[in-house]
Design a protein around this ligand. Structure first.
Ligand code: UTP
Length: 461
């Protein structure tokens, strides 16, 4: 057990001695837990964050932003030829086994309010297939298609790690080889109250949060996952978030465009549906590639139009990237990503009970994965069609909720049916497992429209 006096002295030196006020009431194990957590705090880091919070509200870079090139959706034969070339290159990499899938699933999912890891959320419009299952089945189907393993790395965090691992184990890793599913935990950082004080989450634990999806890069390095990738000959990481069942994981065209451009880190983008849509835009900032969050764009910039009458900053990033393993090594071993702070409601122990605040009472500090972009030598942005690639489950209701995600999935599969020459009387819900078909082309080749009777509900695979 850490020495009480030493820890108490450290806390006092940094004005945080209130944290031990209830120490005498704790059991031996709890005392150990609390002292260890306090001993592990990096006070230099914490004080730097608090100073930034008081000064300017975060250390995120600011500066003039400019438009950057985007490979837009194919519109003519030349574009189609470029796509075909990219696809062939991407497929070659997949067959060679140089691509890994990487899911960041360490977030707290507070907006959804689901108890348990967000990946266990049932999003399938008919079967209740979970987000984890969608992703795992897609990876399995793609690895079968190209006859090569696709190792699946999953970043969790302290509060959902056990449940995530158990969920995969209980479900037989959804058919993936167990040894190809690799979990690691990101780091946690302390929250502060609005006066710069540490908070207790329970009598013996500090209020902490995962260090943001930017923690993915240092996490890959620190956990040994990057070494594991190196051993397996992985060169390209297909990065995606847990909440989007429409993401194309290890997309061969995206990989191919990335390779052709000699890019270090590439991003999928879509056309924003309104100037104030809450997604970041790809751009260049201070001459470096970047994603600037919607809240950091003033209204005039959000609404500015280009010569073609389209929004000048139309290209919203949807957090789907290809990242070179070499680039992760460089960034994760380097100066580190900037920290962002946000005001959140954080439950805390007030000495007697756990209080769930009604208003924002705390500062959370996080890093963002797209803040690696300025460190890249080369980047590439690829436009995708919103309806083919983006159906996020963020909220319990309303915008980007489970209802909208299920609707979007149904609409997406309805397109496959139409393309395959199948007409549905009045489709209400359609769900097709990636194991049945990975894409519209595979589906078309598999089904015969004659005799395909379907009215309102269709579940395949
Ligand atoms: P979000 O920004 O949507 O955050 O994460 P969240 O924690 O899931 O949900 P809210 O904001 O509390 O409602 C986008 C993706 O990044 C991952 C999430 O798991 C999700 O896949 N993420 C986020 C991490 O892996 N770690 C983090 O620290 C934060």
């Amino acid at each position: 057990m850490p020495d009480y006096d030493a820890v108490a002295g450290l806390l006092k030196k940094h004005g945080q001695e209130h944290i031990l006020a209830g120490y005498d009431n704790l059991s031996a194990d709890e005392r150990d837990q609390l002292l260890t957590a306090c001993e592990n705090i990096d006070f230099d880091w914490l004080e730097a964050r608090w100073a930034e919070a008081q000064a300017a509200g975060g250390s995120a870079a600011s500066g003039e932003i400019e438009v950057v090139p985007v490979v837009e959706l194919p519109r003519n034969d030349a574009d189609q030829a470029r796509y075909a070339e990219a696809r062939a290159i991407g497929e070659e990499q997949l067959r060679a086994g140089t691509v890994a899938a990487f899911l960041v699933a360490g977030g707290q999912g507070t907006r959804l309010g689901f108890s348990g890891p967000k990946g266990c959320f049932p999003v399938g419009p008919l079967s209740g297939r979970t987000l984890f299952q969608w992703h795992a089945e897609q990876i399995l189907a793609r690895s079968r298609r190209y006859g090569a393993p696709i190792p699946f790395y999953i970043m969790t965090s302290r509060d959902n790690d056990d449940d995530t691992r158990r969920f995969f184990a209980d479900n037989g890793f959804f058919g993936l080889p167990e040894g190809d599913v690799i979990f690691f935990q990101q780091e946690m950082v302390p929250c502060l109250d609005l006066h710069g004080k540490l908070m207790l989450a329970t009598p013996s634990t500090l209020a902490m949060n995962p260090n943001g999806h930017g923690g993915a890069l240092s996490g890959l390095l620190r956990s040994g996952a990057l070494d594991d990738m190196r051993r397996r000959g992985i060169e390209y990481i297909s990065y995606f978030q847990v909440d989007n069942p429409l993401v194309t994981i290890c997309d061969p065209v995206f990989i191919g465009l990335h390779v052709l451009a000699g890019s270090d880190m590439s991003s999928k983008v879509l056309e924003k549906n309104a100037p104030d849509e809450r997604i970041g835009v790809v751009c260049s900032q201070n001459g470096r590639p970047a994603v600037v969050e919607y809240i950091d764009l003033d209204e005039a910039t959000q609404k500015a139009l280009g010569a073609d009458g389209r929004l000048k900053f139309w290209a919203g990033s949807i957090a789907i990237h290809i990242i070179n393993t070499k680039f992760v090594e460089q960034v994760a071993g380097g100066v580190g990503l900037p920290w962002h702070q946000s005001r959140k409601k954080v439950a805390y122990f007030d000495g007697e009970t756990i209080v769930k605040p009604k208003r924002e009472n705390a500062l959370k500090f996080e890093t963002f994965v797209f803040d690696a972009l300025p460190f890249a030598g080369k980047t590439l942005n690829m436009e995708v069609a919103r309806e083919h690639e983006f159906a996020p489950v963020k909220n319990a209701e309303g915008v980007d909720s489970v209802a909208t995600s299920r609707q979007l999935l149904t609409r997406y599969f309805a397109e496959w049916l139409t393309e395959a020459g199948i007409t549905a009387a009045s489709p209400e819900a359609i769900e097709i497992s990636p194991l049945y078909s990975l894409d519209a082309g595979e589906f078309r080749n598999k089904v015969t429209p004659e005799g395909f009777v379907f009215e309102r509900f269709l579940l395949l695979g």
